[in-house]
Design a protein around this ligand. Sequence first.
Ligand SMILES: O=c1ccn([C@@H]2O[C@H](COP(=O)(O)O)[C@@H](O)[C@H]2O)c(=O)[nH]1
Length: 306
Amino acid sequence: MVLAHFGDELAAAVGRCRNPVVVGLDPRWDKLPAGFRQDLADNYTVRAEAYEKFCRGVIDVVAPLVPAVKPQVAFFEECGPSGMVALANVMNYAREKGQLVILDGKRNDIGSTAEAYARGYLGRGSVWGADALTISPYLGADSLEPFVEVAKESGAGLFVLVKTSNPGGGMLQDQQIDGQPLYRMVAQYVAEQSNSTLGQSGYSSVGAVVGATYPDQLAELRSAMPNSWFLVPGYGSQGGTAKDTAHAFDSLGLGAVINNSRGIIFAHQRPEYRDRFGDSNWQDAVAAATEDMIAQLRAETAVGKL
Ligand SMILES: O=c1ccn([C@@H]2O[C@H](COP(=O)(O)O)[C@@H](O)[C@H]2O)c(=O)[nH]1
């Protein structure tokens, strides 16, 4: 079944869960709980199978708690073909469990190739069936249009990289062009596309990636893209805090979803959870870290009004 409208679906899911947490599925071999690792680290089929089993276990815990998961394609792609099968199985499992699936692939290319990416990834009628996909803006408008067109047809969503969470992103994104940083030009494009994909929630299906590590720009960009969902990475392991994300939300606590990958899925290794849970109770650590993040966001931001 095709999604009616990603922006509205996300608003409904965030409202239902009363929180905007996205759990990032970034499986890493050396961080998996002991029971998942065998002596076959160099066998990528074994790795892929372990990643799938682990991610299914994470989804079992977080599906009743949060609106969406964000599989990171890179960790599955690293495993070759068996990794891509594992990714497809994980995406299907998340959807079966009622989760929206935001695929972090950061795709794009020239227009005709971008169209193939868009048709392959976006919407439930597609082969991959992602509810939303992250895309790069740096090939320009003709590379982005196929994604927007397919998203409109399929009801799926897009998150355009506007101000990324990494320390080096400013090398290009902060460059001044005609008196404004490049990221503001990208934001303007996203705002324009949002106007043509507005849903009943007031939010569009064309959103923006803006890092929690740049709180000032989060505030600035919230005003520049008032109808766009923000996908906010950089929380936890990269240093972003709940307070840092406060300006990403509108006054009702909508408008942004906050991703946390390592900090949740590998919580069993974090000092604050390690002694309580350890490897054998890793799923309880995932639950505790998710619930703690929800509580922090509710205490420090307008999410408390949801
Ligand atoms: O600007 C960006 C865009 C994407 N990411 C991705 O989000 C997660 C973050 O992982 P953590 O473990 O929570 O740090 C990861 O998949 C990145 O590729 C980002 O961090 N920043």
